[in-house]
Design a binder for this molecule. Structure first.
Ligand SMILES: Cc1ncc(COP(=O)(O)O)c(C=O)c1O
Length: 377
């Protein structure tokens, strides 16, 4: 069977597994605010879904997105998840002969989109204590070339959990501007950061800010995100977007309600996920050889290094899966460093994290004996 079929069956199995503990995809499994559920149920009972939504998104949602990001001069477009927005930006901006410059690790899909558009992908390694698991702007300056069309920065970085400081993001923006490159600032995880600054404030004319409702609001299955850019750049992006008939209206109604209750609802989510981070940290540190290079994380996830414990990430994932717990192997994110770590997502009910922590010592022992872990995606 072809790999794409195997991959689909894998994810189909996951969504059809009752009671699966979703600690692998940075999704958010806390109960939604009742106002959010009600808004979506109202949209369905009123059968609003027979009509297309406006091409760039409901005006109310667009203005709430700008207000939340604090970018009043920019133009937002609601997309079918951040990933569809990234696809559109990469396919629009990149072409043969261009370079697409990003970090390693990064979020991998935009690299595939850039390659599919004919661009060459160049990665700057940031994994390892020698790099402090972050991008030093000086290394970006050294790597950027006249062919660099796009600089793609995931900030906070998935999977590492490091976030750029204000000085770093300003420097990154200035380096991109000096090279005439577009800057895609993927801020999917910004709401979980201890502090976060937007590159668009420093380089408004060619920065595309990418945001998602999957992680902070828990809407992964609803497929809704946003791109924000300056009017001139948006004119180009809005010319032939894949969702020119509008994005999911149910999701947009829910997202409006979500932004309206964010201040009341989200702080508890943030506190709980940080408690979960602490529990995962303590459980992992109690096992010789397991290390957490970035703690606390500015994302809703943690990297656990297992190399010094002599463990293969895929083996730990496979053992956890037998117990209905999904965690992610590092190779999903990076070929170069993927055999060093697993990633654990923590925007989940705290009892799920307790189960993970209780199982971890046994899982490590079982994983040691596993020579041929199954293929994972
Ligand atoms: C950095 C990053 N960008 C974008 C996405 C996709 O977001 P969405 O669910 O809104 O398509 C992810 C999903 O994991 C991600 O990690």
């Amino acid at each position: 069977m072809q790999d794409f079929e195997l991959r689909n069956r894998h994810f189909d199995r996951l969504v059809n597994t009752p009671g699966l503990r979703w600690l692998g995809q940075n999704t958010n499994h806390y109960p939604a605010h009742p106002a959010v559920r009600d808004a979506m149920i109202r949209c369905i009972t009123d059968e609003e879904f027979h009509a297309y939504a406006p091409p760039l998104g409901l005006e109310k949602l667009r203005s709430l997105v700008l207000a939340d990001l604090g970018l009043p001069e920019m133009v937002p477009v609601i997309t079918d998840g951040a990933v569809a927005g990234l696809y559109h930006v990469c396919r629009t901006l990149c072409g043969p002969g261009d370079e697409f410059l990003t970090t390693d690790p990064t979020w991998a899909w935009p690299m595939s989109f850039a390659r599919a558009a004919g661009a060459e992908v160049v990665q700057i390694p940031i994994y390892g204590a020698e790099h402090e698991y972050r991008l030093d702007p000086a290394r970006l300056a050294a790597a950027i070339t006249p062919r660099t069309k796009v600089v793609y920065i995931v900030d906070p970085n998935n999977p590492l959990g490091t976030a750029c400081t204000e000085d770093e993001i300003r420097a990154i923006a200035e380096i991109a501007r000096a090279a005439g490159a577009y800057l895609i600032h993927d801020c999917t995880y910004r709401d979980f950061a201890y502090a976060h600054s937007l590159a668009a404030a420093h380089y408004p004319e060619r920065t595309v800010t990418v945001w998602s409702f999957s992680k902070w609001l828990g809407f992964a299955g609803l497929r809704i995100g946003a791109l924000v850019a300056a009017p001139d750049l948006m004119e180009r992006l809005a010319n032939a977007p894949p969702n020119n008939l509008g994005s999911n209206i149910v999701a947009q109604r829910g997202a409006i309600a979500g932004l309206e209750v964010k201040r009341a609802w989200f702080p508890e989510v943030l506190e709980s996920q940080r408690r979960n981070q602490r529990k995962v940290h303590d459980a992992a540190r109690a096992i010789p050889g397991l290390e957490l290079p970035v703690f606390p994380s500015n994302g809703n996830f943690l990297v656990i290094e297992c190399e010094k414990a002599g463990l293969r990430p895929e083996a730990i994932c496979a053992v956890m899966a037998r117990h209905n717990i999904l965690v992610r192997q590092g190779s999903y994110h990076t070929k170069a460093f993927g055999d060093r770590f697993i990633k654990v997502s923590v925007t989940v009910p705290e009892p799920w994290v307790d189960e993970f922590c209780a199982l971890l010592p046994k899982a490590v022992e079982e994983a040691r004996g596993m020579n041929e872990p199954p293929q994972l995606y």
